[in-house]
Design a protein around this ligand. Structure first.
Ligand code: ACO
Length: 311
């Protein structure tokens, strides 16, 4: 009995084996992973910008240290993920060029402004909370290097989520103004956070194949539902209100029903028309240009070293 390479690959994945860099894989599997992992890396790197905005204005030394450490963690996550994409044959310089030209996507969430300190709380609590829901599932993704990178990233993300929730709790239990600030941040970040999971399953072009290859282990809507069910009680606990009048517990399903997401807004943001898309890409372009001298110096040094070794 003969099986095609594709069939053998599928059987290998179905048996819960990990695919490693030198294994044979369908070209589309490789391309899908490069797309998703590079997009994920870009999200980590662009994701530093909204929070970096508050490092110099953190209200205490303690909160400044925590925020600084968190933003540095995100840079680290970006680096592990670019390395994971490189194991598939992607070139880092090309990936970064695709980000800067607008060809490659990064998470929609990072195109919203951070206008108050409470936004640091809302980002940690909601954005990192949503990221964890997605990334816990990715710890079991079929591609070995991606799965292993996710294990470490999830540990750090859960610390980020807790620091955000702590900020929200402090504000929610503070003065009337502080509580209003926390509620305002929740109002602005709730809907963009639940958009992070991507389009509805029936409108998600990549899901079916990615689920079959076990790149994704849960669908966009399943993860969104898990996140909502976990987060609503957390909001109630600190006395804040989720800005969704249609949100209600569905006894029969054992989960929350929620209102209609503004998909027009989602597609505008991923097309580049969100409130901060231009500002985010300009900041990355500037960082790239400012870093030119160090890339040149590193290349010149590497060349000199390899010549010296050859002599
Ligand atoms: N922001 C930007 N683009 C998105 C988003 C989003 N929130 N959700 C979906 N998209 C894009 C997809 O990348 C895809 O675009 P492409 O085909 O041009 O690349 C398109 O919308 C259609 O969506 P799907 O078919 O559902 O795409 P996919 O199967 O890749 O699922 C998902 C999207 C769930 C985001 C997946 O790529 C994933 O799990 N990525 C890894 C996690 C990640 O990137 N997290 C980033 C935010 S968390 C953080 O950085 C802290």
């Amino acid at each position: 009995e003969t099986h095609s390479l594709e069939e053998r690959f599928q059987a290998y994945v179905d048996a819960e084996n990990k695919v490693e860099p030198k294994d044979w894989m369908p070209e589309k599997y490789r391309k899908t992973l490069i797309r998703q992992i590079s997009q994920h890396a870009h999200s980590e790197v662009v994701g530093m910008l909204p929070e970096a905005n508050w490092i110099t204005r953190a209200p205490s030394l303690r909160s400044k240290l925590i925020l600084l450490a968190k933003v540095q963690d995100e840079a680290g996550h970006g680096l592990y993920l670019y390395s994971a994409a490189e194991t598939l044959g992607a070139d880092r310089e090309d990936m970064i060029k695709d980000l800067l030209s607008g060809k490659a996507k990064y998470s929609s969430i990072f195109n919203y402004p951070t206008i108050s300190w409470a936004d640091m709380g809302a980002i940690g609590w909601l954005v990192d909370g949503a990221a964890i829901a997605n990334q816990v599932m990715l710890c079991r993704t079929s591609y070995g290097p991606y799965a292993r990178a996710m294990v470490r990233i999830c540990k750090e993300e859960s610390f980020h989520q807790r620091q955000g929730y702590e900020i929200m709790m402090q504000l929610a239990r503070g003065s009337e103004e502080q509580k209003a600030m926390a509620q305002d941040a929740l109002n602005r970040w709730w809907w963009p956070s639940i958009m992070m999971f991507g389009p509805r399953d029936e409108d998600s072009p990549n899901s079916a194949q990615s689920m079959k290859w076990k790149i994704k282990r849960k669908s966009n809507d399943e993860l969104r539902q898990e996140f909502i069910d976990k987060t609503v009680p957390q909001a109630e606990f600190i006395g804040l209100t989720i800005p969704d009048p249609d949100l209600k517990w569905n006894e029969e399903k054992g989960q929350y029903d929620y209102g209609e997401i503004n998909w027009e807004e989602f597609y505008q943001v991923i097309k580049g028309n969100g409130p901060c898309n231009a500002q985010r890409l300009a900041a990355r372009q500037k960082a790239y240009d400012d870093g030119k001298w160090i890339r040149e110096a590193a290349n010149a040094y590497a060349e000199k070293e390899s010549k010296r070794k050859a002599e």
